[in-house]
Design a protein around this ligand. Structure first.
Ligand code: AMP
Length: 329
């Protein structure tokens, strides 16, 4: 329904927040394109040899607590019905999960004593090497798009298939693409609203050490919002209006940081797609929900904690964030 004014209430932090929205003709829907993988993970808290992972997996599961998610990725013939169960019973449409002959993308990583450093031991692209994302027709009118970490040329290819201008496009990338395909990445960034990367990638992309100067540089490339994921130090959002920071939820025993950034992105984008607003207030709440989902992801190996998570636990932890950060002057 074009041009209709909707006013609705979002129950949040135990109170009601009112968002006034003008929807275009686009129904709200969240598209994610990225890796669905098997991971081998080693941390001081244990070891798993094969667990389902991939950026799109963490993102989709995290976002599905808030909204309907359309998933596009590729898996091999070693991806069983049982593996796919992670998406079942959730608001995740797997019509765009292509099956190809061969093995799934496989990644192995090992964390340092304090979990703040990670060494990649193995990256086997397998079927991911020939990934050329194709959006099913019903995914093409997505209002919200998250381009997880894949080749920038493929990310641009995804945006070309989306009809109309999405309300919000967010993108993640990594040092590999910043170094190897800088021209492609610049081209993709022109069409992106929110860049979500970690601090070292922010510095590498902008050639600036200071994150505020880095943000200013990144605004010239296209994105008008930068979200810097800072692991145990939380996350920082910078846009023309200013800076907003959320802490990471203090945990005594984080077990495995794999997928924390993707879960953050899932909580963030899921919340925004679910409430339909991108006001400053909504973006700030989305940062908190991102941090909440990221904090749950690290509590157990792989996506195990997210699999068991309940919406009531998300709400309780979001309220806890309020306590963590509120003070009187
Ligand atoms: P993160 O901890 O946010 O870096 O995400 C970890 C997830 O990303 C793991 O589950 C891996 O399967 C996946 N991954 C690792 N390397 C890559 C890559 N080069 N491209 C896409 N996904 C990757």
């Amino acid at each position: 329904m074009a041009g209709v004014l909707w006013v609705f209430a979002v129950a949040d932090f135990g109170r009601l927040c009112f968002e006034t929205l003008v929807f275009g003709e686009m129904p709200l829907s969240l598209l994610v394109v990225g890796s669905v993988a098997f991971d081998a993970i080693e941390s001081p808290y244990g070891k798993v040899d094969r667990i389902i992972g991939g950026a799109a997996t963490y993102f989709a599961v995290a976002a599905s607590f808030f909204t309907h998610v359309n998933l596009v990725g590729i898996v091999g013939d070693d991806f069983s019905e049982e593996d796919e169960a992670i998406f079942r019973g959730r608001k995740i449409d797997t019509l765009g999960l292509e099956r190809a002959a061969g093995k799934c993308f496989f990644w192995a990583g090992k964390y340092s004593q304090h979990l703040n450093e990670r060494e990649t031991l193995v990256t086997e692209l397998n079927v991911f090497a020939d990934f050329n994302p194709k959006l099913p027709k019903k995914f093409r009118k997505s209002s919200h798009v998250f381009l997880a970490n894949i080749a920038p040329g493929l990310q641009t290819g995804v945006l070309k298939q989306v009809t109309g201008r999405p309300k919000l496009v967010a993108l993640d990338t990594m040092n590999y693409w910043i170094e190897r395909t800088p021209a492609d990445l610049r081209e993709t960034l022109k069409q992106v609203d929110i860049l979500m990367i970690n601090d070292s990638e922010t510095r590498q992309l902008s050639n600036e050490h200071n994150l505020l100067l880095a943000a200013r540089h990144i605004f010239k490339l296209g994105p008008q919002t930068l979200i810097v994921k800072r692991g145990e130090y939380g996350a920082m959002m910078v846009d023309k209006r200013g800076v907003f920071c959320v802490p990471a939820f203090p945990l005594e025993e984080p077990h495995d940081p794999t997928g924390a950034g993707d879960s953050f992105a899932g909580g963030f984008m899921g919340y925004l797609a679910g409430c339909g607003s991108s006001s400053d207030a909504a973006l700030r709440r989305a940062m908190v929900y991102g941090s909440v989902l990221g904090s749950f992801a690290v509590e157990e190996f792989g996506p195990e904690r997210l699999r068991k998570l309940k919406r009531s636990e998300i709400n309780a932890r979001a309220r806890h964030f309020l306590k963590l950060t509120q003070f009187k002057l």
